[in-house]
Design a protein around this ligand. Structure first.
Ligand SMILES: [Zn+2]
Length: 178
């Protein structure tokens, strides 16, 4: 196959070279495996980067990113369960964010067949004044109902499930702690 390069790929290649050089001492440490303590379910939004937000590095966060940070289908739930059950993270954070496009689109759609938007819409009743927060609250409620593994870990006090809202305006995270 002929190799076709464009500017964006070249940009990625040079960025990757820098990354590889900068972190060369860290790779060896994680070659045999990973043991992050924290799993994060967050949005695919390019402005929401958990490793940057929490000042963490390679091997420290087990991250699942999906539009609207919802755990609805089995692949997303299985991914989280891998972190919880296999890697044995002690904390699972559902990290939503302000101005989330998936939440905003859900406010406008009337398409009843759209599973993603419907899932987010269901949450609005939980906080009618702040749908970004409401969306996180629903996932906090639903995740243990959708996953026996997660439910059991919480019951046995092996896992702390917590919500958090990232503010795009100032980069600050509010944890839902009562
Ligand atoms: Zn989003």
């Amino acid at each position: 196959m002929k190799k076709i390069k464009d500017n964006l790929i070249e940009e990625l290649e040079s960025g990757n070279k820098e990354y590889s050089k900068k972190n060369k001492n860290i790779f060896k440490k994680f070659l045999k495996g990973q043991s992050p303590k924290i799993a994060i379910l967050t949005c695919s939004d390019s402005r929401v980067i958990p490793e940057y937000i929490f000042n963490k590095s390679i091997g420290e966060l087990f991250v699942i990113r999906v539009a609207g940070n919802i755990a609805l289908d089995s692949t997303v739930i299985k991914s989280i369960e891998y972190g919880v059950d296999h890697l044995k993270v002690s904390h699972l954070i559902i990290l939503g964010h302000t101005n989330c496009g998936a939440v905003k689109a859900s406010e406008e759609t009337n398409d009843e067949k759209d599973v993603l938007f419907n899932e987010i819409k269901e949450s609005f009743i939980l906080d009618p004044d702040n749908h970004f927060r409401a969306n996180i609250l629903r996932q906090l409620n639903m995740l243990p109902k959708r996953s026996k593994i997660i439910n059991n870990k919480i019951k046995n006090k092996k896992l702390t499930l917590i919500g958090a809202l990232y503010n795009l305006k100032d980069g600050q995270v509010d944890f839902f702690i009562d």
